[in-house]
Ligand binder design. Structure first.
Ligand SMILES: NC(=O)c1ccc[n+]([C@@H]2O[C@H](COP(=O)([O-])OP(=O)(O)OC[C@H]3O[C@@H](n4cnc5c(N)ncnc54)[C@H](OP(=O)(O)O)[C@@H]3O)[C@@H](O)[C@H]2O)c1
Length: 258
């Protein structure tokens, strides 16, 4: 299967790395950009890096549109005449709807709106998908499954997935960064603190994924009455932790949905 990724930036590059890691041969992957010299790390992966979108999609059965949202219209308008009818077009562009994609594509070309996060590069991503046809969703699901958790959603939920997953990974990393700063203040090195707290977060996730477990049930097991953990958690809440987390994620929704 040949895949073309239009846009070799943060997200196009992350998807490319994830697809290669999941076993796609480099010669089956073409990326496009405006300035190939800006992307030596992608060239080193052995993929084709072009500036001509039409050339890139010629042999592709899947085209992933990973340019900025405001560039999608121009890119798809110029490609519509050269796309093969059986091509599957996946867009990662935030806010670009399935209807908008369909209006820019020939009627027989299937389109899927997706919202990945950058952890797709390590096959640990979350990818929300929405489409107007179930066969397009099935094709997208089987292509993207190796890259992480696939979440098929009604399109009306795509903004929530954008905030929670697309942006949420940066929110989670900010928590990690703050914990690292605390560790340094306690006298640990920055590297020690980051490594320890990253494993703490991985452990928290593993605990919560046990059958029947919830975040609260696992917290209750750690908090001795009158102990240090609950004192720390209460101090965190007095400083507005939960409220700030919710407010931050809601602020990552488009303005009209906040
Ligand atoms: N970053 C994220 O975490 C994230 C998460 C979810 C969704 N997204 C979506 O991913 C898309 C890309 O975002 P990004 O963060 O990856 O942006 P980015 O890093 O700026 O990458 C954009 C890429 O598009 C290329 N480009 C510009 N015009 C082009 C054209 N006409 N034809 C082909 N390539 C062109 C640029 O080329 P040059 O490098 O040569 O300038 C660049 O490689 C956006 O629609 C965004 O909503 C991003």
């Amino acid at each position: 299967m040949n895949i073309a990724i239009l846009g070799a930036g943060n997200m196009g590059g992350a998807l490319a790395k994830g697809l290669l890691q999941s076993g796609l041969p480099p010669e089956s992957l073409t990326l496009t950009c405006r300035n190939p010299e800006k992307h030596p790390e992608l060239q080193a992966l052995g993929v084709r890096l072009l500036t001509d979108n039409a050339l890139a999609v010629q042999a592709a059965s899947v085209v992933i549109v990973a340019v900025k949202p405001w560039q999608v219209e121009e890119v798809l308008r110029t490609l519509a005449p050269v796309l093969r009818p059986e091509t599957l077009v996946l867009s990662v562009a935030a806010g670009v709807t399935v209807a908008q994609l369909r209006a820019l594509l020939p009627p027989e070309v299937q389109a899927v709106r997706t919202m990945p996060n950058t952890a797709v590069a390590l096959n640990e991503g979350v990818i929300a998908i929405a489409s107007d046809t179930s066969s397009a969703l099935e094709r997208a699901q089987s292509l993207l499954a190796p890259l992480g958790l696939i979440v098929p959603v009604e399109e009306s939920k795509m903004d929530a997935l954008t905030a929670l997953a697309g942006c949420g990974i940066a929110h989670a990393l900010r928590f990690l960064r703050a914990a690292q700063c605390a560790g340094v203040q306690m006298g640990l090195t920055a590297d020690q603190s980051a490594a320890v707290f990253a494993q703490v977060m991985a452990g928290a996730v593993a605990l919560m994924r046990q059958p029947g477990a919830t975040a609260e049930s696992e917290i209750d097991r750690i908090c001795t009455p009158g102990g240090l953990t609950v004192r720390g958690l209460n101090a965190l809440e007095q400083a507005g932790f939960s409220a700030a987390t919710i407010r931050g994620l809601l602020a990552s929704l488009p303005k009209e949905k906040q």
